[in-house]
Design a protein. Structure first.
Length: 271
């Protein structure tokens, strides 16, 4: 994960790399006829897009309205996660086994595709698709149990140097984006908000100890199979801040009723 995060940070501004056979303005075609020979020289253009390059009025005049979409790599969210137990950041006795290290409990997500419509240079709406991870670093020496009707655990006679309890989802946010005019540096202010629905891929327990070494276990761990939430982003240029709140419970487990999740942090690649 650390190597992945370093790679993301290095390329966080990149949203798409595309090669295309350009149109009449971008393609030069030269034909010379000498006897029966005809020589044609074609020029191709490789375009590396950063941020909202395609919508920049410094590149071309923005259309009043148009559809847009494709494969991308953007809205990279890196931050922290917190559990909210029936409105409180303090865990109830029923959930005390989930006590976690706040500085090491994190969230990570990004989008890989989108499709939407830009109504004017300052407003667009689009649906995106991507992946989302929540990584809880547990304090206690416990093991969350697999294949149980409700979330359960056993206490372990070992001292874990790492005891991480995580979930991964594929998410589909519907975003509404407001943005200012470009300034003299070609940058804008962004305000992005909207609902999101996510579908569980899997849950995972990763443990490291001197006694057992490194161990990994996968199961659904009673994480919600369908998660519904909302996101707000505020940024400038290609960087900003985000907050995500999930409306339904974190677990599909009766003892954990009312336990929800909130995330916040830095977002890269706003566009």
């Amino acid at each position: 994960m650390k190597k992945l995060l370093l790679t993301i940070l290095l390329f966080s501004g990149m949203t798409a790399i595309k090669a295309q056979d350009t149109s009449a303005q971008d393609t030069t075609k030269t034909t010379r006829t000498a006897g029966t020979k005809s020589v044609r020289n074609w020029k191709y253009k490789m375009d590396l897009s950063f941020g909202d390059h395609e919508d920049s009025v410094k590149v071309r005049k923005a259309h009043k309205g148009r559809f847009m979409g494709g494969i991308t790599f953007t809205r990279i969210d890196i931050g922290f996660s917190r559990l909210i137990d029936n409105g409180s950041f303090s865990l109830s006795p029923e959930n005390k086994f989930l006590d976690y290290k706040g500085a090491k409990t994190s969230t990570f997500s990004f989008d890989v595709l989108y499709f939407g419509y830009r109504f004017n240079p300052n407003f667009k709406m689009y649906i995106a698709g991507g992946f989302d991870w929540t990584l809880i670093r547990l304090k206690n020496n416990i093991t969350i149990q697999q294949n149980t009707p409700d979330l359960s655990y056993i206490e372990e006679p070992v001292d874990f140097s790492k005891n991480r309890f995580s979930s991964s989802y594929v998410h589909f946010p519907l975003n509404f984006e407001l943005r200012s005019k470009e300034n003299h540096n070609g940058k804008r202010f962004y305000f992005v908000f909207g609902p999101e629905v996510s579908f569980l891929l899997n849950g995972k327990v990763k443990q490291i100890s001197d006694e057992r070494g490194k161990e990994k276990f996968r199961d659904d761990y009673d994480f919600q199979p369908v998660r519904v939430g909302g996101t707000v982003r505020l940024g400038y240029g290609g960087i900003g801040l985000f907050t995500k709140y999930y409306f339904n419970d974190m677990f599909d487990s009766v003892p954990q009723a009312g336990l929800k999740n909130i995330a916040f942090g830095v977002t890269f690649g706003l566009n």
